[in-house]
Ligand binder design. Structure first.
Ligand code: G3I
Length: 451
């Protein structure tokens, strides 16, 4: 049995478990919707996203990430400038944060990227050839060693070919000083550093058959013929009206797969909206599914608002983490069950929330209270709760919530200000200051209602 078949079988067993769980839920009357990760697992694929460490503290971001995706790629945190900003000083903090989070949620991690001309600190470009060679190999070895056993695939070399019709290598410190052989050397070093990791070449504008992809194809063919260790080719798949999904996308994936490497969609985003965007996304997913060595897809971000091309709204969740038509199209293409109690699709399940109270500060004449509102098992667009004080206590101020009072001024009804939209399971909070006027009684927080 090949590694690929084993992986797909393992995925299918997991998917069977997910499906069985969903059936049980359906039998009990609950909605049984798939997520991107579970629907993809049903087809033996992973469904990943690029993640930025500095957004992990945002509850809606993390709730969506954890619910939907089965693989993550650090968007910038494993690049050379982040990992080795000065020679032999390695800073793994932000990348570690992502890897630890992913492992805690049972997600795979793609490593991006070991050798790239961009986001390269200036000290690298200043080295002479032999120094550069040892710096490159040292960087690969130290970085891979740090994450040994935790990365399913590494982008060993990224974007080493020029755009346009030349099929030539791109100018970079590595190309210019070490020549064509730097790519082969990087792959050999990487294999030694972590023999279990899949080693990928990754590029953009190689998604259809063209001069650039032909050049990459020739390199991979040569590597396979000479036994240079390469396991996979990544197709970034950044699409927009000027660079649409090519009509020979699937055929191109297939010709690389036929060389004996896996193929992966590594940075998918498609600018646009509505049904046009949805159709494009579905076509990409279907192309991957039709190529047996296509092992998974990664979209280049969780939400449009943090996309590197946010103006083009190229992702599956909008800025409020609501599922877009493209999301539904991906689920449908994967043969999943759309909608249901999974957040984001209005109408799927009942909107619920809960409110919990904490006293966050206390002094002789008053106290501060904080109420945390947490959405239930679907996304909500608004919420409301009450806070009842014991007279003669009086509210002095309220923040992150919009209050109204009953005639006596004891019962405060609070609605959202800016923070009404919450993804399933996500939280927000509002706070208030109360003058005790001699009473230290705790306020009573009423039921939370959501829409
Ligand atoms: O974090 C700093 C911030 O402190 C500073 O204030 C700000 C000012 O410009 O910059 C911030 O860093 C930015 C970083 O993204 C994090 O947001 C960099 O300027 C910006 O250049 C960087 O862009 C990244 C880009 O690669 C760099 O080439 C994008 O996030 C990232 O999505 C993009 O990803 C690449 C893949 O690695 C390779 N394929 C193409 C893809 C899209 O360009």
């Amino acid at each position: 049995m090949t590694e690929l078949v084993r992986r797909r079988l393992a995925r299918a067993v997991t998917a069977g478990f997910v499906a069985a769980t969903a059936l049980t839920a359906a039998a009990h009357g609950a909605a049984a919707a798939d997520t991107l990760g579970s629907a993809a697992a049903g087809k033996g694929l992973y469904f990943g996203t690029a993640v930025a460490a500095n957004h992990l503290g945002e509850s809606a971001y993390t709730a969506t990430l954890d619910r939907e995706f089965s693989s993550v790629t650090p968007e910038n945190e494993m690049k050379w400038d982040a990992i080795e900003p000065s020679r032999n000083t390695f800073t793994f903090g932000s990348a570690d944060q992502i890897v630890t989070h992913a492992q805690g949620k049972g997600m795979d991690v793609r490593g991006h990227t070991l050798v790239w001309h961009s986001q390269l600190p200036s000290w690298v470009g200043g080295l002479g050839a032999s120094d550069l060679r040892s710096a490159m190999n040292n960087h690969i070895t130290r970085l891979m060693d740090h994450y040994k056993g935790k990365i399913h695939s590494w982008d060993v070399v990224n974007e080493a070919f020029q755009d346009g019709g030349s099929g030539a290598r791109r100018s970079s410190p590595f190309q210019d000083k070490l020549g064509n052989g730097f790519i082969e050397e990087a792959f050999r070093t990487a294999r030694t550093a972590d023999p279990a990791a899949k080693l990928c070449y990754n590029d953009y504008n190689t998604d259809g058959v063209n001069a650039k992809s032909n050049a990459v194809y020739a390199m991979v063919k040569d590597f396979k013929a000479r036994g240079v260790p390469i396991d996979c080719v990544g197709f970034q798949s950044h699409f927009n009206p000027a660079s649409p999904v090519p009509s020979d996308y699937q055929a191109n994936l297939q010709r690389f797969a036929d060389l004996g490497v896996d193929v992966q969609i590594t940075e998918l985003d498609i600018e646009g909206s509505g049904s046009a965007q949805a159709t494009n996304y579905a076509n990409v997913v279907k192309a991957c599914m039709a190529v047996s060595r296509c092992t998974g897809l990664t979209v280049w971000g969780v939400t449009d608002k943090y996309s590197w091309r946010s103006g083009g709204t190229p992702l599956l969740f909008d800025g409020n983490y609501t599922k877009k038509p493209a999301y539904d199209a991906v689920i449908a293409a994967l043969g999943g069950t759309p909608g249901g109690g999974d957040g984001g699709t209005p109408g799927g399940g009942t909107a619920t929330c809960k409110a919990t109270y904490t006293r966050t500060a206390d002094w002789d004449g008053g106290y501060n209270g904080e109420v945390t509102i947490t959405a239930g098992d679907r996304a909500i667009s608004s919420w409301q709760t009450t806070v009842t004080l014991t007279p003669p206590q009086k509210t002095q101020s309220v923040w992150n919530g919009s209050p109204t009072w009953d005639a006596a001024g004891n019962v405060m009804t609070v609605r959202p200000t800016w923070n009404g939209s919450l993804a399933a399971g996500a939280s927000t909070s509002f706070g208030f200051t109360v003058g005790k006027n001699g009473s230290n009684a705790a306020p009573v927080v009423g039921a939370c209602t959501a829409s």
